[in-house]
Design a protein around this ligand. Sequence first.
Ligand code: BGC
Length: 772
Amino acid sequence: MKYIKHIAIVLALISFSSCNKGDDKLAMSSDSTDTTKNVSIENKVEELLNKMTLEEKIGQMNQYNGFWDLTGPAPSEGVAAKKYEHLRKGYVGSMLNVRGVEDVMKVQKIAVEETRLGIPLIIGFDVIHGYETLSPIPLAESASWDLKAIERSAEVAAEEAAAAGINWTFAPMVDISRDARWGRVMEGAGEDPFLGSKIAVARINGFQGDDLSDPKTIAACAKHFAGYGFSESGRDYNTVDVGTSTLYNTIFPPFEASTKAGVRTFMNSFNELNGVPATGNKFLQRDILKEKWKFDGFVVSDWGSIAEMIAHGHAKDGKQAAEMAANAGSDMDMESYMYVEELAALVKEGKVDEKLITDAARRILRVKFELGLFDDPYKYCDIDREKATLGKQEIHDAVLDMAQKSVVLLKNENSLLPLKKENQKIAVIGALANDKTSPLGSWRIAAKDETAVSVLEGLKQYNGNQITYAKGADLSTGENTFARELTINTTDKSEFAKAKSVAKNADVVIMVLGEHGFQSGEGRSRTEIGLPGVQQELLEEIYAVNKNIVLVLNNGRPLALPWADENIPAIVEAWHLGTQSGNAIARVLYGDYNPSGKLPMSFPRNVGQLPLYYNYKSTGRPNEPSPGEVFWSHYMDESNTPLYPFGHGLSYSKFVYSDLAINANDADKYITVTFNLKNESKVKGKEVAQLYIQDLFASITRPVKELKGFELVELEAGEQKRIEIKLTKDELGFYDNQGNFIVESGDFKVFVGGSSKTILEDKFNLQWDISQ
Ligand code: BGC
């Protein structure tokens, strides 16, 4: 049925697409003398729109996944043939997952040379933490709190992807999430909107650079708008129901910061938000994004999310789904085929105003012009550049730098770390220690298997010690080929004995345990967040023969590891660190890089504490009235506190905070907070000094702590610096339940320290009242 309908539309459109072929092709000249680039782009967009038929405008709103073997013959039947036909008619504005100069050239050539107007395609791809050479997963990068390094990581990712023909990434994911069960926490910046906003901006700046028309830069995409990270029970794609205060103060800020940073595209999300699927949500896409925030780029749907509104129980069929999505402000349809099939009829029936179609096409064309695709549609298609760029040393250097900065030292008793460089017998245990694929994570479509440096390879470069490796146990016993979902080994312990004998004779045991890269990411939610399979047993059995264990964790989400925290002397959070993983980990373990990472998400004691986050609200009964009392906000079987708090991370240096002072003299402009930070150790190191506030009494209750400033400070051994952080109205205010940003006078607390479990505390009284 769908197919017949589709053919009918194609036939109806053939008549106009064959006329005037070539006559109206847009002049492809670049106007270098034009100083008012934006005005010029707007004029060109309007000029082009005037030439376009309704169907061609709708074509710009249609995005297809790469659909045939581009090096083979053109497809002649099935969905691929239909898509191919559309491409040749100018009914495709964008493609995703076509990559590599040769293939991109082929589709671009069809769009430019065979369609009536020759409008180039925008080529999208999930450059999430790199293209072929991978940086750490975004959650890991966020643990660096190093905005320059994060920007650089996005910059090299853009350079590599752009060299392979890509000009648009579906990143950064700026969804705040407080639930470690959700597999996609690996793709975001963690639980905090302040840190998340800074990181969103750093990533966007890295991808887009100063000039989008520079062939080394690509358009970025803030996703998923909105609320995706709040899916109920951490189950991917699940319902989201949040109040306005959370929406405005926690979910929106990184998106708003993205628009201010000039992100060129947004992606909506799979979830419904308070009863309305985000894809058909006018409040989100028109009222907030396009009206209130004045976003002038375009919104792409998530994969098939227009059609999914039927399953949501919102649209009764594809036609209504297209109507709802277009009216709500979803400008481009990713793989639902609904716009191309239904929109023209909907306009003719008066259900979708043609002005909205023109507006969507205008937004898409604007970004294409900004990318310079009309000046040269093949500017991303230089085969020599591709060869010279992919995997070049400079990119490896940047991802190694990012990887070592992403490591978080969770625990280090008796200074077990850093390791001595000579005369040590070191046992390395764990399947993940010898894994060259897992560190690449699950968002690694263009990276080849087995291309990461394993921990074992990294450690072996330090040849003053004797290293013996024993797997101990397999983490998985196989994977399905489609989604690479793993079958976890929950029974086979046959190699435990060998690992124990290796561990027994060692001075230090390095155990690399945790999740495989394919255990977090899209569709990979978990209800148990301990060590998967038989790894916990392996850890305990090795501990029974040698307590000198350094536990190196590989994971894409916070894990709950209370036993390890209680017993294992040194724990290193090494996430999935990308291509240079093993080198970065070895450098940290040997002290060639002094760890400086801090957790961007709280680590729970057990899964029952989730969602868990440091910036929670107080309750009417926050404290135990007297020992043993029941009627206060707590669990009977576990503490309320996390195992490792947000912001936590140790160093081989020792940092001491003192002398907090608050200056409110310039209070109509800002509050100045100063304090001393001293490195009281013999090693140079870096510390992320963190500042939190609490607005004690407010018309909308405020969290018990909110991160509002941080500084990454490098200190020589024994060095002390006075740190100054200013708090302006942006940090002191909040959104009311109508979405107005307000600042209320009154008492505030200020907290300072090396984690959200802060050390110094003071108070001030704010005299301003600002409402906007
Ligand atoms: C994901 C998006 C992604 C898109 C294209 C979807 O399943 O939710 O984040 O960009 O696929 O690959």
